[in-house]
Design a protein around this ligand. Structure first.
Ligand code: FE
Length: 210
């Protein structure tokens, strides 16, 4: 039987984006890595969003979103701000300076090199996620800074676990690090039902740190 190594899928190249939307009361934003151009004529872009994200509900009801293309200059605080809390609980644009595109949605004022406004023309239910297939209604290049990739984020932006201290040597790992956001759980073993307090990913997304 053919082998399936999930790690092969880690090697797919991704960018990182802030998807902005508006629920009728406030602006919202989320971090997303699943944005792809599908066709050129007409200009069609696909965005896949987890149903547990508030943005998924908003886009399903409003049919519009903006994609803000992050650059390598984006600090970890941007990922904390848009990625590790929910717009159901907080206003992510409070105390944030932004501009509006023609569709009335926010465009970030820093750490992006381009944005595009999308209008949903079809959505596909994928079980855990919804894939939105969209027309591009507006798009602008702001600068030529290099785009943030998922690989760059993991290598240069995500916090590194603290250096090993002179602890008594033992075979047990010192702790476990979240592969998504870099949070470190100190101790061993990692509880099976552990959920990352920062990004809410499960224990299966943690790896031992020595
Ligand atoms: Fe995490």
């Amino acid at each position: 039987m053919a082998n399936i190594d999930n790690k092969a899928l880690y090697n797919i190249g991704y960018g990182l984006y802030v998807i902005t939307s508006n629920d009728g009361v406030k602006h919202n934003g989320m971090i997303c890595n699943t944005v792809i151009q599908l066709t050129g004529t007409p200009l069609t872009v696909g965005v896949t969003i987890n149903k547990s994200n508030y943005t998924c509900d908003i886009v399903q009801s409003t049919g519009i979103m903006n994609v803000n293309l992050l650059t390598e200059s984006a600090p970890f605080s941007i990922f904390e701000k848009y990625g590790f809390s929910s717009g159901r609980d907080v206003n992510k644009f409070e105390n944030t300076v932004y501009t509006l595109s023609e569709n009335g949605l926010t465009v970030l004022n820093e750490y992006i090199n381009s944005y595009m406004s999308l209008k949903v023309k079809q959505s596909i239910d994928l079980g855990t996620h919804v894939m939105f297939i969209c027309d591009v209604t507006e798009a602008e290049v702001i600068n030529n800074d290099p785009s943030m990739t998922y690989a760059y984020y993991h290598k240069n932006v995500k916090p590194k676990p603290a250096a090993k201290t002179a602890a008594p040597s033992s075979d047990a790992p010192r702790g476990y690090m979240c592969k998504i956001c870099g949070y470190v759980y100190e101790g061993h073993p990692l509880p099976e039902d552990f959920v990352c307090p920062l990004c809410k990913h499960p224990a299966s997304d943690f790896e031992p740190v020595e």
